[in-house]
Write a protein that binds this ligand. Structure first.
Ligand SMILES: *[C@@H]1O[C@H](CO)[C@@H](O)[C@H](O)[C@H]1NC(C)=O
Ligand SMILES: *[C@@H]1O[C@H](CO)[C@@H](O)[C@H](O)[C@H]1NC(C)=O
Ligand SMILES: *[C@@H]1O[C@H](CO)[C@@H](O)[C@H](O)[C@H]1NC(C)=O
Ligand SMILES: *[C@@H]1O[C@H](CO)[C@@H](O)[C@H](O)[C@H]1NC(C)=O
Ligand SMILES: *[C@@H]1O[C@H](CO)[C@@H](O)[C@H](O)[C@H]1NC(C)=O
Ligand SMILES: *[C@@H]1O[C@H](CO)[C@@H](O)[C@H](O)[C@H]1NC(C)=O
Ligand SMILES: *[C@@H]1O[C@H](CO)[C@@H](O)[C@H](O)[C@H]1NC(C)=O
Ligand SMILES: *[C@@H]1O[C@H](CO)[C@@H](O)[C@H](O)[C@H]1NC(C)=O
Ligand SMILES: *[C@@H]1O[C@H](CO)[C@@H](O)[C@H](O)[C@H]1NC(C)=O
Length: 785
């Protein structure tokens, strides 16, 4: 452990004028309280059939062309709700943007870009007439690096994910669109994520994520608390079971949301994640999705079954009223009753020609009409986030930015326009992915169709043309791997090789390797070209066994950058934009270094209860696992290079706001969405000085980690955790003092016995630096009174 020997001191008490517990920015005219009152009145005018229609997808017709629909109640002027995927763009339509994925967004470490991206996403959903954006995602977090959906979310660190989901919920809802934060909770692998029917019709239940209370609070639920505090309208419960109960029927986990976090919106099931009527309704599920739809067969447990359960008093009328009220509250909160756009008919789950293309076996029930083009100028923010989420991992002797190189080799099957067309929907490809296509987004319900896609090929060719240079392409990875460079002459000044890893909902990745003979392709390229620059497109953690190859002079992890992919990478390669991304996860040297394996098979395939995973590592995932087990990563969490360099003086200062602190939050300050208000109050302010020590402007990402004492906390406390970061632009030679505000929760652990957040006694270490393993300045402080 770093700095254990540091001298501990009682800090100077700051008498600073910070606004404590400042009101959340609310762009709607109503508070939750007002909206809930309106919802109560609305529901009081309904009969039970109508209430059931509010809590069951597609119960009343007509269906809207959306992946999920709540029917209209015309006599009261309620036009229904349109729910649409997904977290990186409006799915199943045309005239929409493909945004940078969640993992790309997290890699920016830039709060204002996170917000701006979400506003643009929200604008598109609103213009399409979708009331509910089925995102953002912060589950899975990435306990398993091979998880098929990790790229949709903000990575395995709860603090970073919490900041990102806060900005996202606020951004989406700022334009009046409901955010549905998902998937709650413990949805960490795709394999057996939901129940399956095996031989003799035996139903084998979904995997059960068995998570202890402290880990649940400090890791998996943590970002959901931020989402609730930011005012998320809905939370989607997950496919998996938690401790043996389905997420959507677990009063234990839904009570955390509704009681402890004071969530006043509604809990919606993932699609077909409801498995019971009475148990789910009584546990706290408020809306079943997709409900009673005929196009894709699947049982509905709400609808008429819920009506019967109400009539038989297995579920109370009060509970039904509560469900309906919760569904209507965000609708009023965001003013969706006022002037909401109609749903674009050229979209939605039923408008399948636009998803699967002509010749699909799925019925097209709408005439072909032009979709509303809602992209506006969003290419600009997409390009910016795509570049900002690109992490420079290696740059030998200033290889990048490129300057006078005119003969550019452009290799790899991740360069060209998708040979399969504009959407990555062919689930048949599963984890193998698609061969001749640049990946700017993953697959499954979180994908979006390309109306526009600027490939690396197009952007690089255009750029090199404009410099009067030439591009020598070789896209077939097999040829590159075999070293068949017979068409390449003369040897390029720089060889750019683009490699990729595909990830999709429904399947976990087969390995952490980049795909399509990638390792051999890099080695063959490097053997021919002593200036080999590797660019990866992938869903998060990928192995880089060639990272130390002497001829691999630069490495860029570009994640899934969205439709401006080519422009974003050109901006970085030629230095029009300073690289400023940082890893939101750890890159291991080998797969076995990373952590717990995915459960891929179980002994009794016919035992309904056989799929179990005990989260025995507790909170020790990603960098916490590397720290706890003394494993050297290839590239550590928070790491990323710039074209300039930064220095941090040993200048860290800790100020405790308002005096020594009590261990527990003050309950008398009240409770609001997010839980006890006092947990969100700033209790410490840390500052540190950062200097640009290089010769050009650039972005530093100073990070603050803390270490709670092992001796005064229960077993399982991570050696250090992220608790602050800022992205700042500094000119050459410039120095700035950066400020991190820590809230009470940031300095607490979850006390299982107390059932509260507790600030521990003893010495708390504060460590600032440029990554989780590059800590430059520290202080040790006692906070308790
Ligand atoms: C919201 O409720 C508060 C408290 O009851 C009340 O003072 C206020 O007038 C209400 N606002 C609206 C817009 O109804
Ligand atoms: C409930 O109200 C609807 C009108 O919205 C009506 O069609 C229906 O018959 C009513 N149901 C009952 C059970 O009264
Ligand atoms: C959420 O974002 C808002 C707006 O940027 C910011 O003021 C607030 O401090 C953030 N809250 C948390 C808990 O990060
Ligand atoms: C799951 O079980 C563990 C171990 O018994 C317990 O600590 C935890 O609180 C349970 N989780 C929930 C949500 O009940
Ligand atoms: C589903 O819809 C059909 C046709 O409208 C209806 O007969 C059936 O009762 C519904 N099932 C449920 C569970 O609501
Ligand atoms: C980088 O530059 C240093 C100093 O000029 C030199 O010694 C070293 O060989 C260079 N490394 C590479 C890989 O070119
Ligand atoms: C680019 O310029 C550098 C420094 O002037 C020189 O060493 C290098 O050979 C040049 N590269 C090319 C491809 O012209
Ligand atoms: C590339 O991978 C394929 C499939 O894994 C394999 O059959 C082939 O031999 C590999 N090519 C080379 C050059 O290693
Ligand atoms: C690096 O490039 C040089 C010059 O092209 C070559 O001789 C050497 O074998 C290459 N090294 C590797 C590891 O491919």
């Amino acid at each position: 452990m770093h700095f254990l020997g540091a001298r501990c001191f009682v800090p100077i008490i700051a008498l600073l004028q910070f606004t404590l517990g400042a009101a959340l920015p609310r762009r709607s005219p109503y508070s939750w309280f007002n909206a809930s009152e309106k919802a109560v009145y609305f529901v009081s005018q309904l009969n039970n059939t109508e209430k059931i229609g509010l809590v069951t997808g597609s119960y009343s017709s007509p269906n809207l062309p959306c992946v999920g629909t709540i029917g209209a109640i015309k006599r009261l002027g309620f036009k229904g709700l349109c729910l649409s995927d997904g977290p990186s763009g409006y799915a199943r339509s045309d005239g929409t943007s493909v945004f940078p994925s969640g993992i790309t967004t997290a890699a920016t470490w830039d709060k204002s870009l996170m917000y701006d991206r979400a506003v643009a996403l929200g604008v598109e959903f609103r213009a399409k007439g979708a009331h509910v954006h089925l995102g953002p995602s912060t589950g899975p977090m990435g306990r398993n690096a091979r998880g098929g959906r990790n790229w949709e979310g903000f990575g395995p660190d709860p603090y970073l994910a919490g900041v990102a989901i806060n900005a996202s919920v606020l951004g989406i809802q700022s334009v009046g669109v409901q955010a549905c934060s998902k998937h709650y909770v413990g949805n960490e692998q795709e394999t057996q994520r939901t129940s399956t029917v095996v031989s003799n019709g035996i139903v084998v239940e979904a995997i059960s994520s068995n998570i202890d209370d402290r880990t649940l609070h400090e890791l998996y639920v943590w970002p959901f608390a931020n989402a609730v505090q930011a005012g998320t309208s809905a939370v989607m419960c997950a496919y998996n079971r938690v401790n043996g109960s389905y997420s959507c029927a677990s009063s234990d986990i839904l009570n955390i949301l509704k009681d402890e976090l004071a969530f006043a919106g509604y809990v919606m099931s993932d699609w077909y994640a409801t498995h019971s009527t009475v148990d789910s309704a009584n546990a706290g599920l408020d809306m079943e999705m997709p409900g009673n739809v005929s196009i894709v067969a699947g049982p509905s447990y709400f609808g008429t079954l819920l009506l019967e359960a109400i009539n038989d008093a297995f579920v109370s009328e009060d509970r039904l009223d509560d469900m309906a009220k919760r569904v209507m509250t965000p609708y009023f909160l965001l003013g969706q009753d006022e002037d909401y756009p109609s749903v674009d008919p050229a979209s939605g789950g039923l408008f399948l020609t636009y998803q699967y293309g002509h010749g699909s076996s799925m019925p097209s029930i709408y005439a072909e009409v032009n979709a509303r083009d809602v992209r506006a100028d969003h290419a600009k923010i997409i390009r910016e986030v795509g570049a900002a989420g690109t992490v420079l991992l290696k740059n030998v002797n200033g290889t990048l930015p490129l300057t006078n190189e005119t003969n550019i080799g452009l290799f790899g099957n991740d360069v060209p326009y998708p040979a399969i067309g504009s959407a990555f929907l062919d689930i048949g490809q599963q984890t193998e992915g698609f061969e001749m296509v640049t990946l700017d987004i993953g697959g499954g319900s979180g994908t979006a169709r390309h109306t526009s896609l600027v490939t690396p090929f197009k952007a690089i060719q255009d750029h090199v043309d404009s410099l009067g240079g030439r591009v020598q392409p070789l896209f077939d990875n097999e040829k590159v791997a075999e070293g068949l460079f017979r068409t390449i002459y003369p040897t390029p000044d720089a060889c750019l090789i683009f490699l990729k890893a595909f990830a999709t909902e429904g399947h976990d990745r087969l390995s952490l390797d980049l795909q399509w003979n990638a390792t051999m392709a890099v080695e063959s390229t490097a053997a021919m070209c002593s200036n080999t620059i590797v660019i990866t497109h992938g869903p998060g953690v990928t192995l880089m066994p060639w990272a130390d190859n002497e001829n691999v002079t630069a490495i860029l992890a570009a994640h899934y950058p969205g439709e401006e992919s080519g422009n974003s990478i050109v901006d970085i390669l030629w230095g029009d934009v300073e690289p400023s991304g940082r890893l939101p996860y750890t890159i291991p040297k080998t797969a076995s270094d990373y952590g717990p394996p995915i459960v891929e098979s179980v002994e009794m395939e016919t035992d309904p209860n056989a799929w179990q995973v005990d989260f025995v590592e507790g909170q020790l995932i990603d960098y916490r696992h590397f720290d706890a087990n003394g494993i050297e990563p290839l590239y550590d969490f928070g790491f990323g290079l710039s074209y300039t360099t930064f220095r941090m003086e040993d200048s860290l200062n800790v100020n405790v706001v308002g005096g020594p602190l009590p261990a527990l939050a003050d309950e008398s300050k009240g409770i609001a969405p997010g839980g006890l208000k006092d947990l969100w109050n700033t209790v410490a302010v840390v500052t540190v000085e950062v200097t640009n020590s290089g010769h050009r402007s650039g972005y530093a990402v100073p990070q603050l980690y803390i270490s709670l004492p092992q001796s005064t906390t229960p077993k399982g406390t991570p050696l250090k955790v992220l608790r602050g970061f800022e992205k700042i632009r500094l000119k050459a030679g410039e120095t700035k003092r950066v400020k991190f505000e820590l809230m009470r929760r940031d300095l607490s652990y979850w006390g299982v016995d107390e059932k509260q957040w507790v600030i521990p006694a003893g010495c708390i270490q504060f460590m600032a630096g440029f990554s989780s393993r590059d800590l430059r300045s520290k202080a040790a402080v006692v906070l308790l009174e």
